[in-house]
Design a protein around this ligand. Sequence first.
Ligand SMILES: [Zn+2]
Ligand SMILES: [Zn+2]
Length: 306
Amino acid sequence: MILGAHCSTAGGVHRALDRAEQIGALSCQIFVKNNMQWSARKYAECEIKEFKERRAVSKCGIVFGHTGYLINLAAPASANRERSIQSLVLEVELAAQLGLPFLVLHPGAHLGGGTEAGLRQAARALDEIFAATRKLRVRIALENTAGQGTCLGHELRHLDAIYQSVQCPDRLGVCIDTAHCFAAGYDVRTEAGWDQVVAEVKTSVGLDQVLAFHLNDSKTDLGSRVDRHAGIGQGKIGRSAFAHIVNDPRFVKHPGCLETPKSADLHEDIENLAVLRSLLRHGRPSRRQVGRDRVSPKEDDRCEFT
Ligand SMILES: [Zn+2]
Ligand SMILES: [Zn+2]
């Protein structure tokens, strides 16, 4: 896997690439706008230029986006679902401005409407979004979830149900989060358990649709349905599990990004990436995979990702 992390865009979207460089990430996930707001302005030409210039010299092979947390496409008809559709159309446009290949999206919560109805709502909303952005190439990578509350996506079949039901499946893909798998009851601690996840993806949407991985340990137990990320080796999944995950020969060129708790100096990202790199078995990490352990000032310690 091409190891990296979610990087903050605070101070300008190009700053995410500086942070990726700082931690030695070779892949990077960003929010294309404030992840807790519906709306945003489009990027100015100078911001796009700066991002693309930085991108051209960045060691990051892959940069992709994660959608905002307010978006819920699986809800019954409501003002918030309409807002979600508009917000995601905007995010696809912002991702296109930056030249990002895809945005990771949670399938959403059915809020009492029931699983099957929620999956239908999500698929119909995606149809609207793809129609409104038909000239853009940005794809949506549906992420599996821990299944908190009425959130869909904790069963891998949910991702497949949406994939099979949309009019433009070529605009969709999937992103697999290790902590979400574990909290949802998939025991990825063993190679057999991980293979079962991959086999289920293979026989449903197909491995060609896998666009990215989120590499997170879990503070919560197997099947807890509670989403709390931990540093690699600091949770219930454990360090050794990531050996069979990061070395999976089927995903050598896929981005695997951390979404683990960190402070402002990013030293945890540096440490977590060092742990993951130490597990890589091919024994020939490219020069690009050797991180530069530089640190800068420290601040809070909370996990802002799911
Ligand atoms: Zn994730
Ligand atoms: Zn997510």
